[in-house]
Design a protein around this ligand. Structure first.
Ligand SMILES: [Zn+2]
Length: 218
């Protein structure tokens, strides 16, 4: 179903098996809990500048952290200031080059088209993400940029790693009582729920954002 690369650590898993969504001891996803917690540590730093709490780390082939980052779109006024790009750029600097073969991008929210494209261009072996983004996700939800068979390089994907924690951070942020730089926008009253997930009980809009995370499950 997709390319497999076994030169990374921790051991690789497979994507698309929703049966494991709610099991913390899932052998496919459990090895990625620790790096996802590092990404979560990054994510919680974003709201200080009014940025959506998404965090990312890039692991080298040996599992060492090469780069990390969180959303800085508001902080630096950069439409490309997504956590993944910040982390990928840092990893490239640490490695002394743009090729990130053997590396793993770990991010708390499913990458958008830009970041999924960047992961392909960086030639990472693997993309590991937490919460799905049913509105803009490009690693299996709305598109599947990373595993498009027309591309020569197709990173492996491991989804739903600590998804409830990752999603909760986002929903808490959007439900915040006084979010900075809030820009009221018409809310979509009926965001698409997952196949086994009830519709969200609160709108996630009410501010200018591209993100509409899948509500936490479990
Ligand atoms: Zn992005």
């Amino acid at each position: 179903m997709n390319d497999h690369h076994d030169n990374g650590r921790p051991p690789a898993g497979q994507d698309g098996d929703d049966r494991h969504d709610r099991h913390d001891d899932d052998p496919v996803r459990a090895p990625w809990h620790a790096p996802m917690r590092l990404a979560l540590d990054e994510a919680v730093r974003a709201p200080a500048t009014g940025d959506v709490p998404v965090g990312a780390v890039v692991l080298g082939p040996d599992g060492a952290v090469l780069g990390r980052g969180h959303n800085v779109r508001e902080a630096v006024g950069d439409p490309t200031g997504h956590a993944e790009l910040v982390a990928l750029r840092a990893a490239a600097r640490a490695r002394g080059g743009w090729r990130l073969n053997g590396c793993t991008l770990v991010v708390t929210l499913e990458p958008c088209t830009m970041c999924a494209g960047a992961a392909v261009l960086a030639r990472v072996d693997r993309v590991v993400y937490g919460a799905r983004d049913v509105k803009a996700g490009a690693a299996g939800s709305l598109w599947d940029v990373v595993r498009d068979r027309r591309l020569n390089h197709r990173p492996e994907v491991v989804n739903d790693v600590l998804a409830p924690e990752c999603g909760r951070l986002l929903t808490d942020f959007f439900r915040g009582p006084n979010p900075p730089s809030a820009t009221p926008t018409p809310a979509d009253p009926t965001p698409a729920p997952g196949p086994d997930t009830p519709a969200p009980t609160a709108p996630t809009a009410a501010r200018d954002t591209d993100f509409e995370p899948r509500p936490p499950v479990g």
